[in-house]
Design a protein around this ligand. Structure first.
Ligand SMILES: [Zn+2]
Length: 164
């Protein structure tokens, strides 16, 4: 792991030496800041902490090489999905509240809940769709196909923070 990555002391992150884009597999990364920096967490009670210069890490930021084109696709997809899902959520929220008298408190509550959950879900799904449409990996799929990330997941690291 260490020899494939260098540790950036300033930003406290692992930067890849590999420059081939993990998302499209076609282009090379020009700038290290175009990487997708994925936070990985060590599971509770895991002894597989990464030790680097005698510092133990329970959370690391690890850079997945990404070209500028893929960075832009990820960014645009995020923006587009956020605008659409937020508009949907606000509209449903407003309709539910506006019709509170006619539909009653139970349906109002259901409407508000649907607005929240639906908005969140739509945001995730739309983002994924816009990225896949462009024939590249989503940030997560690109990370999962990266063999170093795969090894870390197998040895007890996780995409989600440990629950207390
Ligand atoms: Zn790319």
């Amino acid at each position: 792991m260490i020899e494939k990555y260098t540790f950036n002391e300033l930003f406290k992150r692992f930067e890849p030496i590999e420059v081939n884009c993990s998302y499209c597999g076609l282009s090379a990364m020009d700038n290290i800041d175009d990487c997708y920096f994925l936070p990985l967490y060590v599971k509770k009670d895991s002894t597989n902490l990464i030790v680097y210069r005698s510092v133990k890490f329970a959370k690391i930021l690890i850079g997945i090489p990404r070209c500028i084109k893929c960075k832009k696709i990820h960014f645009d997809a995020k923006k587009k999905a956020a605008i659409i899902s937020l508009s949907f959520a606000i509209a449903l929220f407003a309709i539910s509240l506006y019709n509170m008298i006619t539909i009653g408190p139970v349906f109002t509550a259901i409407g508000v809940l649907l607005a929240l959950i639906g908005g969140f879900y739509a945001n995730e799904k739309l983002q994924e769709r816009y990225v896949v449409e462009k024939d590249i990996y989503t940030w997560r799929d690109g990370a999962e196909t990266n063999y170093i990330i795969r090894d870390l997941i197998i040895s007890g690291w996780s995409f989600e923070p440990p629950t207390l």
